[in-house]
Structures are given as structure tokens and as C-alpha cells.
Design a protein around this ligand. Structure first.
Ligand code: FES
Ligand SMILES: [Fe+2]
Length: 466
């Protein structure tokens, strides 16, 4: 199936063959610490050096990864350095405004050609050590003292920067170090298709920051693969207060797993999900926004509040009227909004997991995004980055986003209550992984199968390279 053939109308149609047990456990059995069933994850996967090295060798060099945002490199010559477990890749805006990526190592003796973010002045990449030069397309344009080298070490192959696959989707730039990788949209299927429904391509970065956590990168992101933790970890946003055995089912949250390791959870249609619940839509939106100006944006809170001036927020029709007002505001303000389908309306408060390390929690004209990477070549540390994306009025200029900084996990000035609550559990979980009592974690078949599906995809990726 090619991307052009993919169904795009509803999420149900995107739900292609994935049922528990269909992942080929036997094929994966050559992978150390592999998954043996759908309901358990061997805990060595979260701390063992051996498993971490398998990921370094067989996952990261072969998988599409979100390297940066397109607006990080707005002009020709702009570059962004993406690092992943010891590999550094330069993503470079070309003169024709296309984007290419190269391994960040001088072809002479390996010096890194760019650090962090910046611009190659005059469209020339110059090695800071001995001054070899390249154009933005990676072609070598100058070797200082060429006569001092044998032509055997200066063939075109020797001197051209080594290219990395690069493509864009949803305003993000993705790279893959495996030149034989499948096309980007094939690997992002169907996560990208679901996110297309909410208009991700229209969104731009509003802010961006990070935290370093003392936990394995997989464990950290799995805190966002399920909403089962909401009642205990985030009691303030749990909508249901009756001691009811069926509480989670009443929340109407549906969890789905897809091919390629992707996953999704989402609620019911937001217009009808707030009748007779402990919390009304206004309170819920305020709590999601609280201290972050993400998930729900401040500009949208004002609209919802203006509706509350006319309609009692506890009235069952309130959420529907607030949503109508939001779509009207976006239209009047020339903010491109997605089509108001039931699928889109169910995404409020939902979460799309994109294998291997990117997550998006979209609303209708904005999204909270996470990227998690190993930190310092250590299986028990990770960098956790957070972006707030929003859709600006059509034609408005946005500037190149600057990273706000690295903030401590309990820094209440920089993290809202919800992320602080999530971060607080992650490091405690990591400590438990090495407990003698915990060779395996136990998963709910109703609410935690995105974790299982994700790990089985990881096994498949590693097994394919062994
Ligand atoms: S290491 Fe780059 S020119 Fe020598
Ligand atoms: Fe959470």
C-alpha cells in the first residue's frame, strides 16, 4: 500500500491489522530481554547496558526521528544539530528552501562542522580546524593545501559530506540514518494520518523547554502512553468521583494500537462528554491550561469563559456551546481550524504515540508535544523535551523559536502541575525496575496495550537487524 492509497476519512478506517499476539513473538525471541507476551515487559529493558547497546546499534540508526521543527531553520544556510546517542546530524536549509541532512563530521579528521543551532554564512560550511569547505548541498568546494594530499584520499566520495535521509511532515523535519529506510509517511502511518485530521501542519512553536530525568527514555515516555494513571497521579483533572467499578469505562476513553508501534487514546466527543460529571468543561479546560498555556491555550480559555457568562457551565449543553464559540472565534480570527468531524472532536485531551520517541497531545488549533532521548549514553537517564504548538492567524509572521531552557523536574515556575505530577513518578518507577521483586511489569489489556504494542515493535526492529 502506498501513502496515496491510505484511507483518510475516519480513525476507524486507519485501524489496520493489529491485535494482541500478532507480533510474531518467535521471530523476536533472538532479541535479549524480548517481550514474551502482551501483558508483561521484562524490566531489564529499562536499565540493562546490553539492551541499551542493542537500541544504539539496531534501533536509532534505522528509524525515522523528529530532528527539529521547520521554523527552526527558516532561511537558507540555517542549520540545526540533532544528536542521538553519540551520532550528530546537521539539518540544513538549502538555497531552494528544501531541507537536507548530513552527518556532522568533517571528512578530513572528523571535526564537527556545526554545534547547536546557527547559520553557515554565505552558504559555506567551513571546518573550524583546517578550513575544508562545502556548499549547503554537502559538496566539497575547497581543500586547503590540496597538493599535500594523495588523490587517493581526496576522491569525490572521500570529501562529500555523507548525507542522511531527511523529509518533512506536519511542520517537523525527520531524519533517518539508514539510506535504505522505508519512506517517512509509510513508517509514520497511521499516526501522521490521524494527526493530519487535527491540522498539525498549520501549527507553529509557541514555546519549547526540557527536563533531564533519572530514568530510561522508554519508561519516561510510557507515562504518556495511557490515561489509567490520571485518577491517582492527576486527581484534579479526573472527571468522575463516584466509587464505581466501571469508572474508567465511564470516561469513554478508547485506546488503540496500530502497526509500526504507534498508539492512540482519545475520549468521547467533547461536546457530550461533560454532562453529569464531577467537573464541567470550563473547569477541565482551566486545569489543563493551568501554569502551562498549553494543552488548552489561554486565548481559548477566554472564549470558554465568555460562554460561561451566558450559560451555566454545569448545563449539559455548555461544552457544545463552548466548542461552537471556539470554532467561531478561530474562523473570525482567520486561524485555520480543522474540519469539525466527530473524530476531531474526540481528540480533545487525547494523545498520539509516534514510534519511537515522539508524542503529540493535540487539541484543535494547538498541541503539546514530547520528545524523549537517552541522555549522556546512560540507560538510566533521559532528556525530555516539551513543545507547545499553536495555529496562528493566517499570514502572521512567527519568529524562530528559542529553547527556553533546561528546568528541574519540580520547578513550579517552569512546569505546570500536570507535568510535575508526571515527572515525579517517573524516577520512582525507574528505581523499582531493578528491584529483585520486579523481573517483569504487568499491563492492563484494556488500558496499557499501547506500551505492549510499542515494545513488540521495538523487538521487531532489533530482530530485523540481528
Ligand atoms: S578536521 Fe576538518 S579540515 Fe581538518
Ligand atoms: Fe499524566
Amino acid at each position: 500500500m502506498t501513502v496515496a492509497d491510505l484511507p483518510r476519512t475516519t480513525i476507524e478506517q486507519l485501524e489496520v491489522a493489529k491485535s494482541p499476539g500478532s507480533n510474531g513473538h518467535e521471530v523476536n525471541s533472538k532479541v535479549p530481554f524480548h517481550m514474551t507476551d502482551d501483558l508483561h515487559v521484562p524490566t531489564e529493558r529499562y536499565y540493562s547496558r546490553e539492551f541499551f547497546e542493542l537500541e544504539k546499534k539496531h534501533l536509532w540508526p534505522h528509524v525515522w526521528q523528529m530532528a527539529c521543527r521547520e521554523e527552526d531553520i527558516p532561511d537558507a544556510g540555517d542549520y540545526y544539530e540533532y544528536e542521538i546517542v553519540g551520532q550528530s546530524v546537521l539539518v540544513i536549509r538549502q538555497r531552494d528552501m528544501s531541507i537536507r541532512a548530513f552527518h556532522n563530521a568533517c571528512r578530513h579528521r572528523g571535526t564537527q562542522l556545526g554545534k547547536g543551532q546557527g547559520r553557515f554564512p554565505g552558504g559555506q560550511i567551513v571546518c573550524p580546524f583546517h578550513g575544508w569547505r562545502w556548499n549547503l548541498a554537502g559538496e566539497c568546494t575547497h581543500v586547503f593545501g590540496r597538493e599535500g594530499f594523495s588523490e587517493d584520499v581526496l576522491t569525490t566520495d572521500d570529501t562529500t559530506l555523507e548525507e542522511v535521509l531527511c523529509d518533512t511532515w506536519g511542520g517537523h523535519v525527520w531524519i533517518n540514518m539508514d539510506r535504505n529506510a522505508k519512506p517517512l509517511l509509510e513508517e509514520l502511518f497511521p499516526a501522521a494520518n490521524i494527526l493530519d485530521l487535527v491540522g498539525v501542519k498549520n501549527m507553529r512553536v509557541k514555546w519549547w523547554k526540557e527536563v533531564v530525568l533519572n530514568a530510561n527514555w522508554k519508561l519516561a515516555q510510557e507515562a504518556f502512553f495511557e490515561s489509567y494513571h490520571v485518577k491517582q497521579t492527576h486527581p484534579q483533572i479526573y472527571q468522575f468521583d463516584q466509587p464505581d467499578d466501571d469508572e474508567l469505562n465511564r470516561s469513554n476513553t478508547a485506546f488503540r494500537q496500530f502497526v509500526n508501534g504507534h498508539g492512540l487514546f482519545r475520549g468521547a466527543d467533547v461536546r457530550t462528554n461533560y454532562g453529569g460529571t464531577a467537573m464541567n468543561f470550563l473547569e477541565s479546560a482551566r486545569l489543563l491550561w493551568s501554569g502551562m498555556d498549553a494543552m488548552t491555550l489561554e486565548r481559548d480559555i477566554h472564549i470558554i469563559e465568555s460562554v460561561a457568562g451566558k450559560v451555566d457551565p454545569n448545563d449539559p449543553s455548555f461544552a457544545g456551546q463552548a466548542i461552537d464559540a471556539l470554532f467561531k472565534f478561530w474562523e473570525d480570527a482567520n486561524i485555520p481550524a480543522p474540519e469539525r468531524s466527530t473524530d476531531v472532536l474526540k481528540m480533545w485531551g487525547g494523545d498520539v504515540v509516534m514510534f519511537p520517541n515522539y508524542l503529540m497531545l493535540p487539541q484543535y488549533t494547538n498541541s503539546l508535544n514530547y520528545r524523549v532521548r537517552p541522555y549522556n549514553d546512560d540507560p538510566e537517564w533521559c532528556t525530555f523535551e516539551v513543545w507547545s504548538l499553536m495555529t496562528y492567524p493566517e499570514g502572521s509572521e512567527t519568529s524562530r523559536p528559542e529553547m527556553l531552557g533546561t528546568f528541574d523536574k519540580d520547578d513550579a515556575d517552569h512546569w505546570g502541575l500536570i507535568p510535575r505530577q508526571d515527572f515525579s513518578n517517573i524516577e520512582r518507577m525507574q528505581r523499582g525496575m531493578q528491584s529483585q521483586s520486579m523481573p517483569l511489569t504487568r499491563l492492563s489489556q484494556s488500558w496499557e496495550m499501547t506500551i505492549s504494542n510499542w515494545h513488540q515493535e521495538l523487538d521487531r526492529r532489533i530482530a530485523a537487524q540481528l
